[in-house]
Design a protein around this ligand. Structure first.
Ligand code: NDP
Length: 252
């Protein structure tokens, strides 16, 4: 798969995302938390979706304490939320916001690290549901609001193991391959019929709970922090990436 390296050292001007409404999934921790705070620092109103209320509230408080636009909290467990709850969410957002400029699909489960032959079907299904199906349902539900934006950006989070298979990475790797395929199809379908761009982004090894659990023997500080990789996350949500669609980005 041909990948694109993010513009190195990209920095958005202060207030560059002002007026934009951006929804981040998995906003309570790790990369999603950093992205939500970064978007808010640049003027966006952020919608914080996640499954752990206390984590979302902490991010909310930090954004408010920084004097940024008041965020919104969407407590939702993507592994169990029924399809109707996505439609209810879309209705609730439409009552509050007249458009959605950005959708960062970031939430994911690592699942089991085991040979495919030993993998549990239940755990396989949960990973595929959170990492793939939920992205599809959420995007479909929010499409009318995305269509209302002057231009909108959908970013799907990939991984190195979603671009080249690796033994023992099981459902997680398969879910990231599916994410790349979904990105390519959606980008093509929207390219000439909308003002919505769709790209995937591989953050690469980043010091988060997921990375520490996947690589317990690794020194966590050998990897950049989520804050260190925010340039490409900003680029893809800013108007500097207008016209960029169907691309598979690497954060570095
Ligand atoms: P974390 O595990 O630190 O954060 C994942 C976030 O997703 C958490 O906030 C978590 O919520 C949320 N989440 C998980 N399951 C659900 C669910 N069922 N419903 C709602 N929210 C959920 O991971 P990272 O920040 O490291 O990962 C972010 C993205 O980057 C993922 O897509 C991952 O696959 C990808 N990635 C990460 C790499 C890395 O090195 N860190 C490398 C390559 C890709 P909670 O906190 O409540 O558990």
């Amino acid at each position: 798969m041909k990948t694109v390296r993010a513009p190195q050292g990209y920095q958005a001007k202060p207030g560059y995302l002002a007026g934009k409404n951006i929804l981040v999934t998995g906003a309570g921790d790790g990369i999603g938390r950093a992205a939500a705070k970064t978007y808010a620092d640049h003027g966006a109103t952020v919608l914080l979706l996640g499954r752990t209320a206390s984590k979302l509230e902490a991010v909310y408080d930090e954004i408010e304490a920084a004097g940024n636009a008041k965020p919104a909290i969407i407590e939702m467990d993507l592994s169990s939320a029924p399809p109707q709850s996505y439609l209810n969410l879309a209705d609730a957002l439409a009552a509050e916001f007249d458009h959605l400029d950005g959708l960062l699909h970031n939430a994911a489960l690592l699942g089991e690290r085991t040979p495919l032959n030993n993998a549990s079907y239940d755990k396989w299904q949960e990973v595929m549901h959170v990492n793939v199906n939920a992205q599809f349902i959420l995007t479909q539900a929010l499409m009318p609001l995305l269509q209302q934006a002057p231009s909108a950006s959908i970013v799907l989070t990939s991984s190195g193991v979603g671009r080249e298979g690796r033994a023992y990475w099981g459902a997680y790797a398969v879910s990231k391959f599916a994410t790349e395929g979904y990105m390519q199809i959606l980008a093509q379908e929207l390219e000439n019929t909308s003002r919505i761009r769709v790209n995937s982004l591989n953050p690469k090894g980043t010091n988060t709970a997921m990375r520490r659990s996947a690589y317990p023997a690794e020194n966590p500080s050998n990897n950049p922090s989520p804050d260190d990789i925010m340039g490409v996350y900003l680029f893809l949500m800013s108007d500097d990436s207008l016209g960029v669609t169907g691309q598979a980005f690497d954060a570095r």
